[in-house]
Design a protein around this ligand. Structure first.
Ligand code: CUA
Length: 189
């Protein structure tokens, strides 16, 4: 039969071990949380910030900013490069977008029907297009080149075939193309 003190000693050991185990668990949780904070902070700092405005999707084609003649790339009255585009099942309008490299480019997009989204090649240009909202973000393309711009949000049976093309061209070539207030258009090649 165990004495009273032996039982008490055993109990202390068990308590001390349990405390140590929990200390390790808590330390791991703290390390995990700090890791998450650092990861999300760095991750979002690498993304262009986006914000949203509202718009009536039923009158998009009829009037306002997103009428067909206003879609595409243009230089605004403030001298900034703006791309306006619409997503609909199952295409983007315009189908090909021209942007300059090494200049800030602001995208303004919305959807007429389902939720769509796009990402431009391997760049950080990545956004959701939700009916009723204008998604906007500004980014700068470092290099010239051609990118595919697929829809990255499942939007129906034609989702897999929904994409546009993006041509990033040198700033001088871009400015020549938009001179006189013209819309920049893609050159097939
Ligand atoms: Cu549009 Cu998927």
């Amino acid at each position: 039969m165990m004495s009273q003190s032996a039982v008490a000693d055993g109990g202390e050991d068990i308590a001390a071990n349990a405390e140590r185990r929990w200390a390790v668990v808590v330390a791991l949780i703290v390390v995990l949380l700090i890791g998450l904070m650092v990861f999300t902070g760095v991750h979002w700092a690498a993304m262009p910030p986006s914000r949203v405005e509202t718009i009536d999707p039923s009158t998009l084609h009829v009037s306002g900013e997103f009428v067909e003649s206003n879609l595409g790339t243009a230089i605004g009255s403030d001298g900034k490069v703006v791309v306006r585009l619409i997503a609909q099942q199952y295409s983007f309008e315009p189908q090909c977008i021209v942007v300059p490299s090494e200049m800030p480019v602001t995208f303004r997009g919305t959807s007429t029907d389902a939720i769509h989204g796009f990402v431009i090649g391997t760049t950080n240009a990545n956004v959701m297009l939700v009916p009723g909202f204008i998604a906007t973000f500004t980014t700068t393309f470092r290099k010239t080149g051609e990118h595919l711009m697929p829809c990255h949000e499942y939007c129906g049976t034609g989702h897999g075939a929904m994409w546009a093309h993006v041509q990033v061209i040198a700033p001088e070539a871009f400015l020549a193309r938009v001179s006189g207030g013209r819309k920049a258009t893609c050159v097939s090649g």
